[in-house]
Design a protein around this ligand. Structure first.
Ligand SMILES: [Zn+2]
Length: 308
């Protein structure tokens, strides 16, 4: 199943050098899940062909404007496009009030319902779940209550060996049970063991999004073994004082979290407008954690399948 992350915005605070404020989209099996919605997100969605219609869940990490100033535009476009399906909006206390004030003075009557899910930044909670994966909050430490989001796949089913379907004339109606581990009895009454029909399932995959936060070792246990970790790296170590002052992280600190949590791959983002050339951020991170990458806008990062 498709499980990937497309970067729409990767800059912190101020748009600069053609980089937009934070936003990214997680695509899973044809559906999109938006994380943060900085200014310009809609245009970035158009530019990178992210379909608005396939979006029913939006997660906002905190109420600094560079993480949600694009939201009013996006919600209004849904309305102009005659959206009728519910939209689920996950975010801190106050987000509903901010949106409602706008709609009130714009005299907008929405044709669809917004279902608000207020997030508390006190302890990790599962905030969304479907048959394939769950989303839980990661409690971060920033100047405002802030949560990250952990997309965690459920245990996938066993993988059926396609040639066996024809070989034993397995009807479509039995495939689901076989994927769950059941044996199959042929028309002649012969039992075929499940192990002959299927392979071991893939390991569940996971994606963690951490922005914005000061260096925070407390999150390491929750991030253990994550396949793809996005961690903010607003500054380089030379500006560690500024990072501490503004409750942000340096590239070295992001890499240290990735290393301690033993993740597979690290994505760096939320870059300060003071750096035009981002190679200093990447180099600093790679010195601690080799598999580090910059969250470049328009790039899609698959959450890779771990094979047993
Ligand atoms: Zn912030």
């Amino acid at each position: 199943l498709q499980f990937e992350v497309t970067i729409l915005g990767s800059n912190g605070a101020i748009p600069a050098f053609n980089r937009h404020p934070t936003s990214q989209v997680v695509s899973y099996n044809g559906s999109n899940y938006l994380i943060d919605c900085g200014e310009g997100t809609q245009l970035q969605m158009s530019k990178y062909s992210v379909k608005r219609g396939k979006l029913d869940h939006i997660f906002i990490s905190h109420l600094h404007g560079d993480h949600y100033f694009g939201l009013i535009g996006l919600l209004t476009s849904f309305n102009l496009n005659y959206r009728t399906t519910d939209l689920h909006l996950y975010g801190p206390h106050g987000l509903d009030e901010i949106m409602n004030v706008h709609f009130k003075y714009a005299e907008t009557k929405l044709k669809y319902a917004i279902v608000y899910h207020e997030l508390k930044a006190d302890e990790p909670r599962i905030i969304y779940e479907n048959r394939y994966f769950s989303v839980e909050t990661i409690i971060l430490k920033h100047r405002l209550p802030t949560t990250g989001f952990l997309f965690k796949e459920k245990q996938p089913l066993r993988r059926i060996i396609t040639e066996k379907i024809a070989e034993y004339k397995i009807p479509q109606t039995r495939i689901f049970e076989i994927k769950h581990g059941e044996d199959f009895v042929t028309e002649q009454g012969i039992t075929i063991a499940n192990t002959e029909l299927t392979r071991e399932p893939n390991l569940p995959r996971s994606y963690a999004y951490c922005s914005d936060t000061i260096y925070l070792e407390e999150i390491v246990p929750q991030l253990k073994g994550v396949d793809l970790l996005y961690h903010e790296s607003t500054f380089i170590d030379e500006h560690a004082d500024r990072a501490a002052e503004t409750f942000h992280s340096t590239a070295r600190q992001a890499a240290t979290i990735a290393k301690k949590a033993d993740v597979q791959k690290l994505l760096l983002g939320h870059f300060s407008a003071r750096y035009e050339d981002l190679s200093i951020i990447l180099d600093e991170s790679r010195r601690v954690f080799a598999n580090s990458h910059l969250a470049i806008e328009g790039e899609t990062f698959p959450v890779d399948i771990k094979k047993i």
